[in-house]
Design a binder for this molecule. Structure first.
Ligand code: BZS
Ligand code: CA
Ligand code: ZN
Length: 432
């Protein structure tokens, strides 16, 4: 996503892609035509220097991975890259992730610090077994391929539904963003191991009910690492109608202004395919059901949330479907509260805080749904690195400890304001 950095020198074999496809809407074949021979790769696109121009690039079906002053990096199929070139931009392929393969189902040995799904399950089970008063595993449903969508509730006296502000952390909507699973592991351990010794952690565990969903797209994560080579997979693993194309972009499938505004694609071949209907992805449907289940006595108990992604080192807030800051459902005070709390958190982790549409328009994201439908103050964190130079979606495992701990203060700040987010703009008396 974001990178104010010089062009990577990666493109020694730079070639200007020739445009063969017709207009942007024609970049993808019909859903029932056979699978494309080529797999997606990353490309640098020189030229786009505004959110509307980036939105136009995304409309080809490419996913924008990085935003620079006058360039972007996208993940695209070759014909989608051709469609981007058709817009008049210079398109240069970037080298793919280093491969180690073949043959394993786990991360390659040099990245063994990352947790695959079985290892994540072991961590969750151990945290819960070691801390029966603090942590409980809650079923949220199962993925398309039948993997358990785990949630962990953390609070003191965890067996009781207390009247405490609830806070939601979701991880790994996008398969290849493996560092976000490590962020969940970090939070699980921080909130249990540091309880009783770190006063801020202790206070938050005693006064908030915290929900951690450590991997909402386990099928995608497992697919991305299967066979010992990274696949740059983003979506889930649900076949689209027609039977050839696989995968819905979970972060375009939420039921608020779904598909409204050119911020997602109706083509199953696209990296940002929005699915056949809002919540058509079982993962989105069940996580949304879980969030709706937290409406108790007519009141949504969850007040604040972070959805973790990589990469770009950004803190993003809603709305994504419009460039406007305010409008129906987003008052000036509500916007300012999002922005101020976003900037406060950025003060500790050094990320760049902004409204998500400052990058490009998106629709059907969890951010817009959590605010638009559920009135939950919420953020997307785009974690390390800032650009593809830092390893893009696949930084080595030696950065895990540093880059998860980097968000400690920000997470504690969000938890701290969860009783009354408006306090951050000094309007506690008016709203809380
Ligand atoms: C990502 C990028 C992410 C997306 C950016 C984004 C999130 C934009 C939320 C707007 C709202 O994949 O990490 O395209 O989903
Ligand atoms: Ca409660
Ligand atoms: Zn993402």
């Amino acid at each position: 996503m974001h990178a104010r950095r010089p062009l990577a020198a990666a493109a020694s074999a730079a070639l200007l892609l020739t445009a063969v496809a017709a207009g942007t809407a024609a970049a993808d074949p019909a859903p029932d035509s056979p699978a494309p021979a080529a797999s997606p790769g990353q490309y640098r696109v020189a030229g786009p220097d505004s959110a509307p121009e980036r939105t136009e690039v995304a409309a080809t079906g490419a996913a924008i991975d990085e935003v620079g002053d006058d360039s972007v990096v996208v993940t695209a199929l070759p014909r989608q890259a051709d469609a981007v070139a058709d817009l008049g931009y210079e398109v240069t392929p970037l080298p793919g992730p280093e491969q180690e393969g073949p043959g394993t189902l786990d991360f390659p040995p040099s990245d063994s610090g990352y947790h695959d799904y079985d290892e994540l399950t072991d961590v969750v089970d151990k945290v819960v077994a070691d801390n029966p008063d603090l942590a409980a595993k809650v079923g949220v449903g199962s993925s398309y391929e039948g993997r358990d969508l785990m949630a962990v509730k953390i609070t003191s006296d965890v067996g009781t539904d207390h009247d405490r502000p609830e806070v939601l952390f979701t991880h790994s909507q996008h398969a290849r963003e493996h560092l976000t699973v490590e962020m969940a592991v970090y939070l699980l351990r921080m909130l249990t191991e540091d309880y009783g010794t770190d006063p801020r952690v202790t206070e938050m565990v005693d006064t908030r009910e915290i929900w951690i969903l450590p991997n909402v797209n386990p099928d995608g994560s497992e697919h991305d690492i299967a066979g010992g080579s990274y696949k740059s997979w983003r979506k889930n693993r649900q076949p689209a109608p027609g039977g050839w194309a696989v995968g819905t972009d979970l972060n375009r499938n939420w039921d608020y202004n779904w598909g409204c505004c050119g911020g997602s694609s109706g083509s199953p071949w696209s990296q940002t395919y929005r699915g056949t209907a809002p919540e058509s992805a079982p993962e989105v449907r069940q996580v949304a059901d879980f969030v709706r289940s937290r409406v108790v006595g007519g009141e949504q108990q969850i007040t604040a949330a972070i959805d973790f992604h990589t990469y770009g080192e950004l803190i993003l807030w809603p709305y994504g479907y419009t460039y406007d800051e305010t409008g129906p459902g987003m008052s000036r005070d509500e916007y300012d509260t999002h922005a101020e709390l976003g900037r406060l958190m950025a003060g500790s982790n050094g990320y760049t805080p902004q409204q998500s549409s400052d990058l490009y328009v998106t629709d059907g994201t969890i951010n817009d749904w959590l605010w638009g439908e559920q009135r939950i103050f919420n953020y997307t964190f785009e974690m390390y690195p800032s650009g593809s130079g830092g390893g893009g979606f696949y930084p080595g495992d030696e950065i895990i400890d540093r880059e998860t701990d980097r968000n400690r203060e920000a997470v504690l700040d969000l938890l701290g304001y969860a009783d009354c987010p408006y306090r951050v703009i000094d309007k506690e008396d008016q709203y809380c």
